[in-house]
Design a protein around this ligand. Structure first.
Ligand SMILES: *[C@@H]1O[C@H](CO)[C@@H](O)[C@H](O)[C@H]1NC(C)=O
Length: 376
């Protein structure tokens, strides 16, 4: 038995050593090279995996209005210094005849048509010219790949100058547009005649908020929004994927989940029907260019803190008003309340039994505009 087994074992051994000798010759390496092959395969696999992940999290290119196979341009637009176009919508009395000029800054997932519906009576009584515009990447305004915290304020100044609004104008910002109104107070205070900041988004990472307050406000959000906002702040490169994947719930605002609406808001939902004719325009150039960039900037790292702002009207030549509803489930009221305590020159109006959408309630747009223009 052993005489038979030995030659077989020998043969096998010879075959193996012959094979390793051949391999050794080809690669000029010792027989341990099989682990080298493994490392190489693993390397190729990892590079492939990274390339695949990069593909998956990368937003698609934008569909820029006016390009071929892209949405058409239907509104008047100006061309900004950097070549981007900004679409706008004028309403109210002609600017040449106006006593007051107001520039409206729309919120998240909105466009120029979302300007507050101020009544024709008030427009004529006071002589109001209303200018609304699509923020970069929304509607028919070109995306701004270099968008920063301050860039919308500078877009507003350029828009006002190209349309000849004169040295001063009022601003009125709602929700994310309210957050941007703070950047106007920072960057272009000398151009402002007054500001109405309505249900503004606050950034939980502004350094002026005490940690316990920002934590409390952050925790008032639905779990999916804590994640969406956290990804926007800590992993902006993941925002596109996070808000388009189907495995976890993404931002409830983006998915139009009704849980963000409190009882007073639900009563106003019927007013959204007016948006039907333009809602398709809002994200038409791509969700990344409109929604996601907005989140990345709004919840990102800010180079200034609104709570450090100086009074832009030390001689009472204008006023700053801040409104917030106590039943706002989209943006916690406690943050606006705290800002109003820090900035004593801001006139704070806290509305009980009002949610996030209270500017759509009967008479509210006129009440806001009257306060902005007439009270000092
Ligand atoms: C945060 O802490 C301060 C000081 O300890 C306290 O006065 C305040 O009420 C706290 N705020 C919240 C929202 O818990």
């Amino acid at each position: 038995m052993s005489r038979k087994a030995t030659p077989m074992a020998d043969t096998t051994c010879r075959n193996i050593s012959a094979a390793s000798a051949r391999e050794g010759k080809m690669q000029g390496k010792s027989p341990s090279s099989s682990s080298g092959v493994f490392v190489k395969l693993l390397g190729i696999f990892l590079v492939g995996l990274v390339a695949w992940i990069y593909q998956v999290i990368q937003p698609p290119p934008p569909k820029i209005c006016g390009a071929s196979n892209a949405p058409p341009v239907t509104s008047p637009r100006i061309k900004l210094r950097d070549g981007r176009h900004l679409a706008y919508l004028e309403s109210g009395v002609p600017k040449e005849k106006a006593n007051y000029k107001i520039i409206f800054i729309h919120g998240f997932d909105s466009c120029r048509y979302d300007v507050f519906p101020v009544s024709q009576e008030l427009v004529e009584e006071l002589g109001i010219y209303l200018l609304s515009f699509d923020r970069s990447g929304y509607g028919e305004s070109d995306p701004d790949p270099k968008k920063t915290v301050k860039s919308t304020a500078l877009d507003i100044e350029e828009l006002a100058d190209q349309l000849g609004l004169g040295s001063k104008f009022h601003i009125m910002g709602f929700s994310m547009g309210g957050e941007i109104a703070w950047t106007c107070l920072k960057c272009i205070p000398h151009r402002l005649a007054g500001a109405a900041i309505v249900a503004p988004v606050s950034n939980y990472w502004w350094s002026g908020f005490p940690l316990n307050l920002s934590m409390e406000a952050y925790n008032q959000q639905a779990m999916q929004d804590k994640w969406a906002v956290g990804v926007a702040h800590y992993a902006p490169w993941l925002v596109y994927w996070w808000n388009t994947q189907k495995w976890f719930p993404s931002s409830s605002v983006i998915e139009h989940n009704t849980k963000i609406f409190s009882a007073p808001d639900l009563k106003l939902l019927g007013r959204f029907d007016a948006r039907t004719h333009y809602v398709a325009q809002i994200r038409q150039q791509g969700e990344y260019e409109s929604l996601h960039r907005d989140m990345i900037v709004g919840f990102g790292k800010w180079e200034f803190d609104p709570m450090d702002l100086q009074n832009p009207f030390p001689n009472k030549e204008g006023t700053v008003h801040l409104w917030h509803g106590t039943e706002d489930l989209v943006v916690p009221v406690i943050l606006s309340r705290y800002i109003s305590q820090k900035l004593r020159w801001v006139q704070y109006h806290e509305l009980t039994d009002a949610g996030h959408m209270f500017p759509l309630a009967d008479g509210m747009p006129d009440a806001i505009v009257r306060k902005l223009l007439l009270e000092d």
